[in-house]
Every structure is written in structure tokens, then in C-alpha cells.
Design a protein around this ligand. Structure first.
Ligand code: ADP
Ligand code: DGP
Ligand code: NA
Ligand code: NA
Length: 214
């Protein structure tokens, strides 16, 4: 794909919706086409902040809701400059979860002082994705898939609220244009084809409208 900068594409969805599977396939496909692609994921559990998050998710430690929210956000800010540098140098960046997760998982806790608007604030100023692929699957379908139920948020009632909050974010003027809803209840191959098409369309739109950073 021509152009002066790389695209920023993020995958979002419930736990077990197929994000990591599709993220890897897209990275491979684009690399096979000769594109430079950087593959990232959040939370990035390898940094000191990420290790605290990991211990929280596995249940080894507790954290106050606002504190862990800000740490998840800090974990993205740790990589913000790197993301921007990659994009500017013409590398496509594909990320497994981003700010949308940051907002909906925290808002799903129903803490009185943490509505969606509050949860958005620490995310403001992070590199803005060109495209957010939301892999949409019901919490019932997600629960049927392998491995569900080991980490902190992998409970069906919370996941159901997360899905509703993703839908709410999809209506918001800030994110509406960036989100494409993908029906994730189909085969891996079907999804892969659909996702590639959406990415190609989005890339052509960038070529038409200019690739300056947003
Ligand atoms: P996520 O990253 O969203 O948690 P994964 O890609 O890890 O999801 O997939 C979760 C589980 O579901 C894995 O066992 C994976 O093999 C399986 N899976 C992924 N995509 C599909 C699909 N389209 N249909 C059925 N099972 C899938
Ligand atoms: P995984 O994507 O499988 O590595 O799981 C990460 C878990 O953490 C998953 O349940 C979603 C949740 N999560 C991801 N990002 C954030 C965030 O920024 N804030 C909160 N509260 N939870 C997040
Ligand atoms: Na998970
Ligand atoms: Na994953």
C-alpha cells in the first residue's frame, strides 16, 4: 500500500471473540504482501506497569478501580511514542486491544464515579486509530469457546455489560467513524477475508483523503 505513513488498525471485542487469531492472520497476510507491519497488544504485560496489570488480571493482587484504570492507560502511554514513530516511518501498526477496552471494561464495573466519559479522559491524546475492527460476538457464544473463565473479567454478566458499552461507544461522535462492526460468529477463514477487505477499503480511503496524522 502506498502513502507516506502507515495505518493504525486496532482489534476490539469481548474475551474469546477471536481478536488474537485475526490479528495474527492480518499481520501475516500484510507481511506476505511485502508491507512493513508492527504487531502490538495491550495490556503489554512485559513492562513493570504491565506486570502489575498481569498480577491484577490473574487475581494475585487487588487494586482500587481508578488505580488499575489509570495503570492500563499508562501502559498504552508507555508505547505511544513508539506507535507514532512506526506510523510516521511508514510501518503499519496492528494492535490487539486499545483504548476502547480501556473504557468499556472499567465502565462495566459500575463504579459510581467511573462512567464512560470519565474513563475516556486518560486516553485522550493517544495516537488515534484509522480503523477499529470490533469483533462482535454475544457473551453466550464467547463463553462456549476454549479457555474461558480463568482471568478476572471473564465472567458472563460483566462481558454482557462490556458488549453493551462497546455498542454505546460505537454511537459516540468521537469513535463512531473509526469503528467497523464485524460479525465474529463466523468461521476463522470467512472473518479473515472480510477483515482484509475492510482494511483495504480503509487504506484506499486514506490514500484519497491524505495520510496526515489525526
Ligand atoms: P481473543 O483474542 O478475542 O480472546 P482468540 O483469538 O484467542 O480470542 O480465540 C479464542 C478461542 O476461540 C481460541 O480457542 C480460538 O481458537 C477460538 N476461535 C477463534 N476464532 C474463532 C472462530 N471464528 N470460530 C470459532 N472459534 C474461534
Ligand atoms: P487479553 O486481551 O486476553 O490479554 O486480556 C486482557 C484483559 O484485560 C481482558 O479481560 C480485557 C481487559 N482489559 C484490556 N485493556 C483494559 C483496560 O485498559 N482497562 C481495563 N479495565 N481492562 C482492560
Ligand atoms: Na482475556
Ligand atoms: Na487475545
Amino acid at each position: 500500500m502506498k502513502g507516506t505513513r502507515g495505518m493504525l488498525v486496532v482489534f476490539e471485542g469481548l474475551d474469546r471473540s477471536g481478536k488474537s487469531t485475526q490479528c495474527e492472520k492480518l499481520v501475516q497476510t500484510l507481511r506476505n504482501e511485502g508491507e512493513r507491519v508492527e504487531h502490538m497488544r495491550f495490556p503489554n504485560r512485559t513492562t513493570p506497569v504491565g506486570q502489575i496489570i498481569n498480577n491484577y488480571l490473574t487475581g494475585e493482587i487487588q487494586q482500587e478501580d481508578h488505580v488499575i484504570h489509570l495503570l492500563f492507560s499508562a501502559n498504552r502511554w508507555e508505547s505511544a511514542q513508539a506507535i507514532e514513530n512506526h506510523i510516521k516511518s511508514g510501518t503499519t501498526v496492528i494492535i490487539d486491544r486499545y483504548s476502547y477496552s480501556g473504557c468499556v471494561y472499567s465502565a462495566a464495573k459500575q463504579n459510581k464515579t467511573m462512567d464512560l466519559a470519565w474513563c475516556r479522559h486518560p486516553e485522550e491524546g493517544l495516537p488515534r486509530p484509522d480503523l477499529c475492527l470490533f469483533l462482535d460476538l454475544s457473551s453466550e457464544e464467547a463463553a462456549k469457546r476454549g479457555g474461558f473463565g480463568t482471568e478476572r473479567y471473564e465472567k458472563q454478566d460483566l462481558q454482557a455489560r462490556v458488549r453493551d458499552l462497546y455498542a454505546e461507544m460505537g454511537q459516540h461522535p468521537e469513535e463512531r467513524e473509526d469503528i467497523v462492526v464485524i460479525n465474529a460468529g463466523r468461521s476463522i477463514e470467512e472473518l479473515q477475508r472480510d477483515i482484509l477487505k475492510v482494511v483495504q477499503v480503509s487504506s484506499r480511503q486514506l490514500d484519497t483523503h491524505g495520510r496526515e496524522l489525526r
